[in-house]
Write a protein that binds this ligand. Structure first.
Ligand code: ADP
Length: 653
């Protein structure tokens, strides 16, 4: 029983394939996690890194409290079940299950023939490593066999067992070891469809019985959806989304996840959106049809998508479209469909068609539609019917990036504003802009990131709703009738006072844009070591020290940093590589020595001041007091550095 933590995990194979990129996840004890994605997306590689069968290129992997990056598989307290269950054919099932245990040593204390502890001359017990005895083996094998329902087959040989039974034996071999984490790599893909379904529920039951963390790899989204407490969807080495089955289905973060999860696949249509008062006109490309949706459904969407021109992809699941005459009569968002053919599945019928009446619905056009209807249906090929679209369940994606444009946590709030003599008016409030945000007078737009709202300021707001989204608390605030989303540390209700973190805001007035202050400072450098004579236990020895070398300045790296750099660059040229060292503006001290920089200006954001300075061709923003001028020296806090290796572009610290 253990949690598993993956931080900035990368796998770059020697041939340069980046199989896994910046994998971050906190797996809680006893979770059933499924890694899912098409072949080659990096799911097995990730699992094999957790198992210790594949070296980790960069990042930190913890099982329980221990960092296991360099630990042998056998010491990780994990058990792995593969697709190919590879039982020993000449051994009985009992022996197959007991085999792993026979090879193990367990800690005990030395005992005499009667089983009493033998003590050393100081009266202490003597620790020893010993094998399992027959009674213990029997007990463990029988327990596992019972859990898996194979007790009666223990004396058989594998060839006398069915595929499903053999897979159970493979599971038995893993569970007798009582691992902290069970890793399963496509364990069911060799079984036929019926057996797969049966074993699926058996594995879920097994997970409940064992109360152990399970990590399961599959390419089958149905398997993922029915088994996982949380699912990691991967594509081309990148994590696309980590969430519960329900949330993946309801709130896919991008078009890939939307299309991958659920059968039949989600319908996608090319549309443009135009805000017209409190409605949004959704214009379909192809059939030249339009529907009107209430703007309230699209409030988390950036205004630029609502200009009537920006290409958007509309996603609707087959069950969110209805042909039921009653539903069509009551719906204001209907569209014409030309029926092509039906797939009758008994309890439901999949109706295929096209919303472009010029097509036949058989061809996979951009306008093809699949509708789920209850029971048997009797439509004729070529028939034109009205379908009601449940726009409340619609998904919208940027057609270029394929990211959702209605994320559960929006990035920005978009508000109309007016700037006049250094004061900004928005949502019925007028506040003074800090000196750093010099802005011309005029009307425009204010973009407030949800992370830029703090609590305890001057602006009055009412909490309209409070939503916990995977541990992040999103408040929907009403500020004099305008809606404002804000992330909060705690749940809140009623009236609140809020303030704004000015350095994160964007103001657009005319063709001027006031940008937020960059929150990451990057400096390029190398890594060096130096040996210095030091007195160790009264003797003079040469001791190695390690440094980040930036613009000719050596900054000593603490052990936790250089160990990670060595681990991530093992076998590579740690001293010959170039690195990007990154810090936040708060991680520097202005000092009498350090990295030389030239002050460009001091940015006064009201409560906070930052010095904008140039250091060897880079522009940096550093928190400061007072008004430094001319030449300054910066001392970054090396323990807080993030390091990116330039050659492979991977984050190694
Ligand atoms: P999945 O399990 O999702 O099918 P893998 O983790 O097996 O994917 O592979 C991810 C990527 O890494 C693929 O592009 C694959 O070709 C590549 N890959 C896997 N193993 C190796 C290897 N030993 N050497 C080089 N590339 C590899």
């Amino acid at each position: 029983m253990a949690n598993v933590s993956l931080k900035h995990i990368y796998k770059v194979y020697p041939n340069g394939t980046k199989a896994v990129n910046d994998f971050n996840m906190q797996i809680e004890d006893k979770e059933f996690i499924v890694f899912v994605g098409p072949s080659g997306c990096g799911k097995s590689t990730t699992l094999r890194m957790i198992a210790g069968l594949e070296e980790i290129s960069a990042g930190e992997l913890k099982i329980g409290d221990a960092v296991v990056n360099g630990m042998e598989p056998k010491d990780r307290d994990i058990a792995m079940v593969f697709q190919n269950y590879a039982l020993y054919p000449h051994m009985t099932i009992y022996e197959n299950i007991a085999f792993g245990l026979r090879m193990r040593r367990i800690p005990d204390i030395k005992r005499d023939k009667e089983g009493n502890p033998v003590l050393d001359k100081n009266g202490n017990e003597i620790p020893v490593m010993r094998k399992y005895n027959k009674r213990e083996l029997d007990q463990k094998v029988n327990e596992a066999a019972q859990v898996l329902g194979i007790t009666e087959y223990l004396q058989r040989k594998p060839k006398e067992m069915s595929g499903g039974q053999r897979q159970r034996v493979a599971l038995g071999r893993a569970i007798v070891r009582q691992p902290k984490v069970m890793l399963l790599d496509e364990p069911l893909s060799n079984l036929d469809a019926k057996l797969r379904t049966q074993m699926r529920s058996e594995i879920v039951k097994l997970h409940n019985k064992l109360n152990t963390t399970f990590i399961y790899v599959t390419h089958d989204q149905v398997e993922a959806m029915t088994m996982g407490t949380r699912i990691v969807v991967m594509k081309l080495g990148f994590v696309q989304q980590i969430d519960t089955p329900k949330n993946l289905y309801m709130y896919p973060a991008n078009k890939f996840v939307a299309g991958f999860i659920g059968t039949p696949q989600m319908n996608f249509f090319n549309v443009t959106l135009k805000k017209e008062g409190d409605k949004v006109r959704v214009r379909f490309e192809g059939p030249e049809a339009s529907i009107y949706a209430p703007y309230s459904l699209l409030q988390k969407t950036a205004p630029r998508y609502l200009d009537g021109n920006t290409p958007v992809c509309l996603g609707l699941r087959a069950e969110d479209i209805s042909l039921d005459p009653e539903a069509v009569k009551n719906s204001k968002t209907n569209i014409k469909v030309k029926i092509s053919h039906l797939e009758e599945l008994g309890t439901e019928t999949l109706v295929y068609g096209d919303i472009d009446l010029g097509y036949d619905g058989i061809e996979e056009t951009d306008t093809r539609i699949i509708i789920k209807a209850a029971g048997f249906k009797d439509y004729k090929t070529g028939e034109i019917v009205e379908a009601a679209l449940n726009f409340g369940a619609a998904h919208l994606f940027d057609r270029q990036t394929e990211e959702s444009i209605m994320p559960r946590i929006p990035e920005y709030n978009y508000l109309d504003c007016k700037v006049e003599e250094g004061e900004i008016s928005f949502a019925g409030n007028k506040i003074k802009l800090p000196p750093a945000m010099e802005c011309p007078d005029g009307g425009g737009e204010l973009l407030i990131p949800v992370t830029a709202v703090n609590f305890g300021g001057e602006i009055s707001a009412e909490v309209e709703s409070c939503e916990n989204i995977n541990g992040q608390i999103l408040l929907c605030l009403n500020v004099n009738g305008d809606r404002l989303y804000a992330l909060s540390d705690s749940e809140q209700t009623g009236s609140v006072k809020i303030g704004l973190d000015f350095k994160k805001l964007i103001i657009r007035v005319g063709d001027r844009q006031i940008d937020p202050m960059p929150l990451i400072n990057g400096l390029t450098g190398t890594f060096v070591s130096e040996k210095t004579p030091e007195s160790v236990n009264g003797k003079t020895k040469k001791v190695a020290h390690y440094y980040l070398l930036i613009n000719g300045v050596k900054l000593e790296a603490p052990a936790e940093i250089y160990m990670k750099m060595f681990a991530a660059t093992a076998g590579r040229k740690v001293y010959n590589s170039e690195y990007r060292y990154e810090w936040t503006p708060c991680d520097f001290a202005l000092s009498g020595s350090g990295i030389e920089a030239q002050v460009l200006e001091v940015l006064d954001y009201g409560g906070e001041r930052f010095v904008k300075c140039a250091a060897g061709g880079e522009t940096l923003y550093v928190k400061c007091e007072g008004s430094p001028t001319g030449k300054i020296y910066l001392l970054p806090d090396v323990s807080k550095v993030s390091v990116i290796e330039r050659e492979r572009e991977i984050r190694i610290v």
